[in-house]
Design a protein around this ligand. Structure first.
Ligand code: ADP
Ligand code: MG
Length: 269
């Protein structure tokens, strides 16, 4: 066996997968450029570390179960003047996750709430944070099922593990009292322990109705808002705007009823 094959076999055992494949090229380049041994080693370990972190990011991204993959780069801020790009950029540093703080994206349908939530979730995965994406309705179904099977505690523990939990679409479906209580338990568990990112088509003043109980909605909001960034997104649905641009129909017909004026901003202390 040639020496290079012996080295590659040893690298394989050490799971240095990427650099084992790249070794022949690396060695050739090193001798051409007359690299110092230390430079060759540094190059090799740098590449292997980068490959490992790419693999881990990919794994976290799969486990997060995003509905689609869209990044901040593909978000057109000029289409959304109510949004401060600086604020979103600050959120994408993921400092809020490190500090176990919350983020709420509020606004009518189609303004990019889920897109932004996914983009921040992908940034979180790239920065090494375990992330989970759920819709509010699937989350509640999961909690109810766990409770019926006597495994609520177990499920709440699992839902407390990701450093970022994204809960999409609060407010589309009304939540009954039992479910609201389960949701409250989850929010309490994560309070000051793990970041929660929520999207909602309802203004916060509408949450009493969503949760069917003003008291429980207040208790939920009390914990969610204590350390939080609220982002109110206004304007027309991007989907409808695109259709309009494509000339599919005239302006008057495109205003879906939910697409009307944005919900009033809620003052948060
Ligand atoms: P919401 O969750 O607020 O209902 P989405 O995030 O699902 O809206 O956005 C609807 C569609 O429009 C998605 O395909 C999204 O990628 C796209 N979109 C919305 N706003 C923008 C934007 N400002 N730039 C690029 N794409 C956008
Ligand atoms: Mg959405």
């Amino acid at each position: 066996m040639r020496q290079i094959e012996r080295i590659q076999e040893l690298m394989g055992r050490l799971k240095l997968v990427r650099t084992s494949v790249e070794l022949p090229g690396l060695l050739e380049e090193a001798s051409k450029k007359e690299l110092a041994y230390s430079d060759l080693l540094e190059e090799l370990f740098t590449r292997e570390t980068a490959a490992k972190s790419e693999r881990h990011t990919a794994m976290r991204t799969v486990l997060a179960r995003f509905p689609f993959h869209k990044s901040l780069e593909s978000f057109d801020f000029t289409q959304q003047p109510s949004l401060d790009p600086k604020l979103i950029k600050e959120l994408s540093t993921c400092r809020f996750i490190a500090n176990a703080e919350n983020v709420l994206f509020l606004g009518p349908p189609g303004v990019g709430k889920t897109h932004l939530a996914v983009a921040l979730g992908l940034a979180a995965c790239a920065q090494g944070y375990r992330t989970a994406f759920v819709t509010a309705s699937s989350l509640i179904a999961t909690l109810l099922k766990a409770q019926n099977e006597g495994r609520l505690e177990e499920r709440l523990k699992l839902l407390t593990q990701p450093r970022l939990l994204i809960i999409d679409e609060i407010g589309y479906l009304p939540i009954d009292r039992i479910s609201a209580n389960l949701f409250f338990q989850l929010v309490s568990r994560r309070y000051e322990r793990g970041a929660v990112l929520i999207t909602s088509n309802q203004s916060l003043s509408g949450w009493g109705e969503v949760f069917g109980d003003r008291l429980i909605a207040t208790a939920i909001l009390d914990r969610l808002l204590h350390h939080s960034t609220i982002v109110n997104i206004k304007g027309d649905s991007y989907r409808l705007k695109e259709k309009r641009r494509a000339g599919l129909f005239g302006r008057a017909e495109t205003r879906a009823p939910q697409d009307g004026p944005a919900p009033p901003e809620v003052a948060v202390g």
